[in-house]
Design a protein around this ligand. Sequence first.
Ligand code: 5GP
Ligand code: ZN
Length: 138
Amino acid sequence: MNEQSCLFCKIILHQIPSYIIYEDEHTIAFLDIMPVDKGHTLVVPKIHSTNFINTNDEIISFVNITAKKVAKRIEIQLNTSAINFISNNGILVGQTIEHYHLHIIPKYSSNSGLQLPKNQIVVDSKKLTTLQKKLKIN
Ligand code: 5GP
Ligand code: ZN
């Protein structure tokens, strides 16, 4: 997907309608049209990049600063401080739009909002040590 065919680039350029709640020089935040729950918002950098890993560090900072503003507004106006901040990086984990975005998903009760699966596994310390060596950043 390139910038010309990117849905979020079109929203940024106001070429297609959206429910914008915040906008500044680097970022835009608008309501997700298929919300997981009331107030589900997407924070999007104005510069096109495909996903979190491919996004410039400074831009990631701007996205997070905007996310905090939006979350504070949700907290006050929608009366919840239970919020998931999530970004899908790759088709396998559910990314459908190839323009980096951060989901802000408020939750209002234990059976609403985002339900993260609890399929955690118990791993022995030898395996964890091996993995630690492999992943350690020097
Ligand atoms: P992803 O699946 O890539 O993590 O998230 C993409 C999100 O964009 C989905 O939650 C989906 O509902 C939302 N979305 C898809 N098309 C549109 C649209 O035209 N406008 C808005 N506001 N959100 C959209
Ligand atoms: Zn884009």
